[in-house]
Ligand binder design. Structure first.
Ligand SMILES: N[C@@H](CCC(=O)N[C@@H](CS)C(=O)NCC(=O)O)C(=O)O
Length: 218
């Protein structure tokens, strides 16, 4: 039995829930939060760095969302494959996965983390830099997506699992410009996918906790 430690509002948890939902892979979700201290204790024992999600497969912990998806694709494959067989296509998928994690999710998290600090420890310069970096990433992605439905390799892959939560929350902290129509359409395409819509819906009860105030839209 697979166990997944995470939180339904957490972007990186979505990244792994999406492939699990895509293939209907059975797993036990172990939510992390004050109401489930036993999950927190088990999680802390398994992964002292305390970053989630964490997959446990037959007692073996698997860390890092991209690697968890690679693990699922190899050991628990379903009809949707997240890494292409072709080595060059797989490189393109991993490249886009890194771009979404490092240049979209990471910059979005810098802005969110700043808002979690007490006012005297906030850093307006760092927030402005993160938002400018998001704008540069959006511009590149808008042109990359000009002739693509999905991020890489002509199919829904690991890269789209990374893109969905990254773009969902990044657009809340730094809206994608109206003229970046390819990127906006791609975000809408991701949100229309059943696996992603399920993550969005399951997270709705937690929106009030968004540190910057959640907008009144998806
Ligand atoms: N590189 C990690 C990043 C995971 C990550 O940053 N998770 C966030 C939740 S979305 C987290 O653990 N936050 C709690 C913390 O930083 O203490 C991955 O891909 O799994």
């Amino acid at each position: 039995m697979l166990e997944l430690f995470g939180h339904l509002f957490s972007s990186y948890t979505w990244k792994v829930l999406i492939p699990l939902h895509e293939n209907g892979t059975p797993f036990q979700f172990r939510p992390l939060g004050p109401d489930q201290p036993e999950n927190g204790a088990a999680f802390a024992g398994l992964w002292p760095l305390a970053k989630f999600p964490l997959l446990v497969d037959a007692g073996r912990p698997v860390m890092e969302s991209s690697i968890i998806i690679e693990h699922l694709d190899r050991h628990h494959p379903g009809p949707v494959r997240f890494l292409p067989e072709d080595a060059d296509a797989a490189i393109e998928v991993r490249m886009l996965d890194r771009i979404f994690d490092n240049h979209v999710m990471g910059q979005m998290q810098r802005v969110v983390n700043d808002a979690l600090r007490p006012p005297e420890r906030r850093d307006a310069v760092a927030v402005a830099e993160a938002k400018a970096a998001l704008d540069r990433a959006y511009a590149w992605l808008d042109s990359w997506l000009e002739d693509r439905d999905w991020a890489a390799a002509g199919a829904f892959t690991l890269a789209d699992c990374a893109a969905a939560p990254a773009l969902f929350y990044a657009d809340w902290v730094q809206p994608i410009a109206a003229e970046q129509s390819n990127l906006r359409a791609y975000r809408a395409r991701l949100l229309a996918r059943d696996s992603v819509a399920r993550c969005v819906d399951d997270a709705r009860p937690y929106r009030a906790y968004f540190p910057l105030g959640a907008p009144d839209r998806d």
